[in-house]
Design a protein around this ligand. Sequence first.
Ligand SMILES: C[S@@+](CC[C@H](N)C(=O)[O-])C[C@H]1O[C@@H](n2cnc3c(N)ncnc32)[C@H](O)[C@@H]1O
Length: 285
Amino acid sequence: MANALQLENDDNQISDNEFHAISRLVYKNFGIVLGEEKRSLVVGRLHGCLSKRKISSFSQYLNLIKSDMTGEILSELVNQISTNFTSFYREASHFEYLADKALPEVMKMLSSRRSNDLRIWCAACSSGEEAYTIQMTVMKKLGLQYGTMNAGLLATDISAKVLDLAKAATYTAEQVATVHPDLKKSYFKVLPDGRHEVKPNVRDQILFRRFNLMNETFPFKTPFQIIFCRNVMIYFDEETRKKLIGKFYELLEPGGYLFIGHSETVPLDCTRFKAILPAVYRKPF
Ligand SMILES: C[S@@+](CC[C@H](N)C(=O)[O-])C[C@H]1O[C@@H](n2cnc3c(N)ncnc32)[C@H](O)[C@@H]1O
C-alpha cells in the first residue's frame, strides 16, 4: 500500500524519456495532448496497469504496448488516461436549443425533400448520459411523429470501458438528479436497488460503437443532420481540432448543426460554419 501511494504521488517514478514517449504515443493515436502538468496524472493512472502486469518500469510497459498486436494494452492505456466526466443535461441550454430551434429546422429540411431519415451523431459520448439526453430530447419533442421517422442516434467513444457503461444504461439516483421528474418517469425504470435503468424504447434507438476521432477516414455513408462533439476537443491541439471540425463539416448535411462544448472554440478562420450561439454552429445551405 505504501508503495502504491508513493508511486501515485511521485513523478520521479517516470523518467523524462518515458513520459515523453507516452505523451507522443497518446498524441499520435488519440490526439490527446499530455503536457508536463499531466505527469502526476499519467503516473497515478497508469500505476495499476503496471502492477497488474507485475512490471516496475514505464519502459517495460512501453515495450509491451509495442509488441502487443491486439492493441488491447493501448486501449487500456487510453481508458486510464482520458477524462470521462459527463452528466445528463450537461450544458443544458444546448438541449433547449435542440428542442426549440435545431430540431424543428431539421424537420423542415427533411420534409422539404420528403425524407424521414433523421441522423444524429454523439461523438465522444463517454458513459452514455449525453446520448440518452439527446435521445430523450428528440423523442419528447417529436412525440408520436418520432415513430413515423427512420431515426437513429450513433454514439461513439474511444474508450471501451465507458461504452460498456453506456450500453448497461443504468445510473444511480444521483446521476439522474438533473433529469426532469416527468422524463424520469417516461424514460427510466427504477430498479429494486434504487438505480435507474433507461427503458428499452430509448436504448434501442442508440447504436453505441467504439470509434477514434483521430481516424483518417470516417466511414459514414449518409450525412448527419446533427453532430454533438462536446468536451473532448479541449484535450486536442489546434491543428487536430481544425482537422476534426473540417471532417464534421463534410459529414453534415447543409443546414445541419454542430454542438461543441462551451469551453471549446472553433477556429473560425478555418471553418465555413456559421456561429449561431455559444458552442452551436450551422453548416450553410
Ligand atoms: C470529458 S468526456 C466528454 C463526454 C461528453 N461528450 C460530455 O460532454 O459530457 C470526453 C470523452 O472523449 C473520449 N475521447 C478522448 N479521446 C478520444 C478520441 N481520440 N476519439 C474518441 N473519443 C475520445 C473519452 O474517452 C471521453 O469519454
